[in-house]
Design a protein. Structure first.
Length: 227
C-alpha cells in the first residue's frame, strides 16, 4: 500500500524526466533474447527462455552474456560479446516496439520540460532504435546517453547527474523512469526521484518492501500523467 499512496504527487514539480530504454520506453525483450540464444546455440548450448533472458537485462550487454552462459553452465568464448553485439545489431527492430501509450506520453510531456534517455545499451543501438520507432524526435542528441560512453553505467549516478547538470535542473526536480532495481539504485545514488514501470520486463523480482515513501510505481506508460 505504501507504494500506491506515494503515487499521489504532482508531475509538475519535475523539470527533467529521464527514461530508461529497454523495458520502459520499448519492449525489446524478444530481439535481445533471440540474439542471445543464437549465440548460445552457436556455442553448443541450449537456448534460454525469453522471460529468463529478460530478467538478465539491465546491467549492460557484457553482463547479460556472462549471465546467459553461466545459466547454461558453460564458459563463454573470448569473443562472445562482439558476436552478441553483431547478432543483435541485425535484429534491433525485428520485434521491438514502443509500449502502448509511449508515443502519446512523450507528446504530452514534450511541452512540460526537458526529456532524456539513460540506458546501459550501447549508444549506436540506442539511437537506431529511437530513430526507427520515431521516438528520437523527443530527445535531443546530447540528452541520450548509452552504456558505452565515457561515463560509468547505471547504477553509477554519473550519467544521471550529467543529464541533470546539462539541463540545468537540480536533482530534486529530476525524475528517473525505469523498470529495474538498477534504475532504482541509480536514482537513489543521484538523489533524484524514481518512478518504476511495473509493466517492464526488468521489474520481476523487484524488492518492493524496500521502496521509500517517495518512490512511485506505474502500470502503464500513460500512468505517469496521472501522478
Amino acid at each position: 500500500m505504501r507504494a500506491l499512496r506515494s503515487n499521489v504527487v504532482s508531475l509538475e514539480r519535475f523539470r527533467l524526466i529521464v527514461f530508461d530504454l529497454d523495458g520502459t520506453l520499448v519492449d525489446s525483450r524478444r530481439d535481445i533474447a533471440d540474439a542471445a540464444n543464437a549465440l548460445l546455440e552457436a556455442s553448443g548450448a541450449a537456448p534460454l527462455s525469453e522471460e529468463g533472458i529478460g530478467r538478465m537485462v539491465g546491467d549492460g550487454a557484457a553482463t547479460l552474456i556472462a549471465r546467459a552462459f553461466a545459466a547454461r553452465g558453460i564458459e563463454q568464448p573470448p569473443d562472445a560479446l562482439d558476436r552478441f553485439l553483431a547478432l543483435y545489431a541485425r535484429r534491433l527492430l525485428h520485434h521491438t516496439r514502443p509500449y502502448p501509450g509511449v508515443a502519446s506520453l512523450l507528446d504530452a510531456l514534450g511541452g512540460r520540460g526537458a526529456l532524456a534517455v539513460l540506458t546501459n545499451k550501447p549508444i549506436a543501438a540506442t539511437r537506431e532504435i529511437l530513430a526507427g520507432l520515431d521516438l528520437a524526435r523527443h530527445f535531443p542528441d546530447h540528452a541520450v546517453l548509452g552504456g558505452d560512453g565515457p561515463l560509468a553505467r547505471k547504477p553509477d549516478p554519473a550519467g544521471l547527474r550529467h543529464l541533470s547538470d546539462g539541463a540545468g535542473v537540480p536533482p530534486d526536480a529530476t525524475l528517473l523512469v525505469g523498470d529495474s532495481v538498477v534504475d532504482w539504485r541509480t536514482a537513489r545514488a543521484a538523489a533524484t526521484s524514481i518512478c518504476l514501470a511495473r509493466y517492464g520486463f526488468g521489474f520481476e523480482g523487484f524488492p518492493i518492501e524496500e521502496l521509500a515513501p517517495g518512490d512511485r510505481i506505474i502500470d502503464a506508460p500513460t500512468g505517469l500523467l496521472d501522478l
